[in-house]
Design a protein around this ligand. Structure first.
Ligand code: ADP
Ligand code: ZN
Length: 430
């Protein structure tokens, strides 16, 4: 099933011709209207007008999140063209947020891309989408909302949290799809179980659109089992419209990235050099259709690789593999490089483990991982728990080459955030 069959299955040569035309237009617009890019191109000694092919792209300088912050509040906006009608921000970690502007056509285009994604998962206008993402400055909820309305389904703007009310809405209005983060989905699965609700029997849920945070295949499986749904990985970032940049089709082997809207590069995060197709590195995106705030060679810091093989679903837009984390998520613990994702995927392989965990770095490079037990395990014998603790310690050590201290805690005892989960607390005194 396709929302826009023609574009989604465009033969590669035509798709690339479209990309080139849009790239040239985008570069021309930023050269004409954005002082930041005029200066950057000058500094890099490149003449944007001399661009001839997609391969020439690599001569252009990168744009980074630091550039976005430095241009806050509105340094990168183009006011010629259609009206700028919406502001979103991206929280980031410290200091000023990044401000992202949408023109009327950007709002519409973002919704179009979401519509492609939804229909690609098999969703139809008969579906009822319970949107559990945060409404507001965050792109996650609103962009999905507009796209789902475009498909013609009923959208429940539930927002995050308040599991009691989520469950009520779900029962009363027969929600068939949820849109949320992996951390909240896990938490909610737990909640539902504790309330004695059997989702397969008592709810109409069929699909989960799960994204905004990295998660592992093991976590996908836990969410699917806990809620009786099929989980589709959803990737996006505010700088590129928010959700709808890349999404899984029914094959669920990598996420199609809409290449008529985004030009994909994978670079070595240390050297900035483009990597050959299939190699893992940092995803760099150039927006091809954004009007109000186009970005050239934007460094997402997200680590992934491009799937070279064509997808059996027939879409010609290439897929990217599950994001394994951001390059700046990497922790250095006692000299070893550790991604929180690696730890998560080890933990979620244990059936005894519940649905939440927290990595604490303390003192002089000590790593403690607090791990919630599943309800069933929590009633277990003390001796049994000691063994479990040892087994988890060993598996994590083997994965990340650092021996953690594993602390088993009661189900539901770790904090749950309404927005994106905070998986790491770093209080080291190094
Ligand atoms: P913020 O910068 O406040 O986190 P964004 O919504 O712009 O706000 O976050 C986008 C980032 O979220 C991405 O760059 C990526 O790191 C992460 N992300 C989004 N979707 C996924 C996903 N499906 N898998 C892994 N990471 C994701
Ligand atoms: Zn596909």
């Amino acid at each position: 099933m396709f929302w826009d069959r023609e574009v989604e299955t465009l033969p590669r040569p035509e798709l690339e011709a479209l990309q080139l035309a849009r790239l040239l237009r985008t570069v021309r617009r930023v050269r004409e209207h954005v002082p930041f890019y005029q200066q950057r191109f000058r500094e890099a000694g490149v003449d944007g007008a001399a661009l001839r092919s997609l391969a020439d792209l690599r001569r252009l300088p990168f744009t980074t999140s630091a550039d976005l912050r430095a241009s806050y509040p509105d340094g990168l906006v183009i006011h010629t063209g259609d009206e700028v009608v919406r502001l979103h921000t991206s929280s980031g970690t410290t200091g000023k947020p990044k401000a992202l502007f949408f023109s009327r056509s950007d709002v519409n285009q973002a919704a179009e891309l979401i519509a492609r994604c939804l229909v690609m998962t098999g969703a139809t206008r008969q579906d009822v989408l319970q949107n559990m993402m945060t409404y507001g400055l965050f792109t996650g909820a609103l962009v999905m909302h507009y796209g789902a309305e475009k498909v013609g389904m009923l959208v429940i703007p539930a927002g995050p949290g308040n599991s009691e009310r989520q469950l009520m809405l779900m029962k009363d209005f027969g929600s068939t799809i949820i849109h949320t983060t992996p951390s909240y989905a896990l938490y909610f699965a737990d909640f539902v179980e504790r309330r004695g609700v059997d989702p397969r029997r008592d709810l109409k849920l069929r699909k989960g659109l799960i994204g905004a945070e990295p998660y592992s295949e093991e976590t996908r499986r836990k969410i699917e089992e806990g809620l009786g749904i099929e989980v589709y990985n959803s990737y996006g970032l505010s700088e590129m419209n928010g959700p709808g940049v890349a999404f899984e089709c029914r094959e669920r082997q990598g996420m199609h990235i809409w290449e008529d809207n985004y030009l994909v590069e994978i670079i070595d995060p240390d050297t900035g050099e483009p990597l050959p197709e299939g190699e893992t590195g940092e995803l760099v995106l150039t927006s091809l259709a954004r009007e109000a705030m186009p970005l050239v060679r934007y460094r997402t810091r997200d680590i992934t690789s491009v799937v070279a093989e064509p997808c059996p679903c027939g879409r010609t837009h290439r897929r990217v593999n599950r994001i394994t984390g951001r390059s700046d998520d990497m922790l250095i613990v006692r000299g070893a490089n550790v991604y929180p994702q690696q730890i998560e995927s080890v933990l979620m392989r244990f059936p005894e483990v519940g649905r939440n965990y927290l990595i604490r770095l303390e003192g002089l490079d000590e790593m403690t991982v607090q791990v919630e037990l599943s309800d069933a395990t929590f009633d277990g014998q003390f001796e049994h728990l000691l063994k479990l603790q040892e087994r988890i310690t060993e598996k994590v050590r083997a994965e990340v080459m650092v021996k953690p201290k594993i602390e088993l805690v009661a189900p539901g005892s770790l904090p749950v955030s309404e927005g994106k989960a905070k998986r790491v607390i770093d209080n080291r005194k190094l």
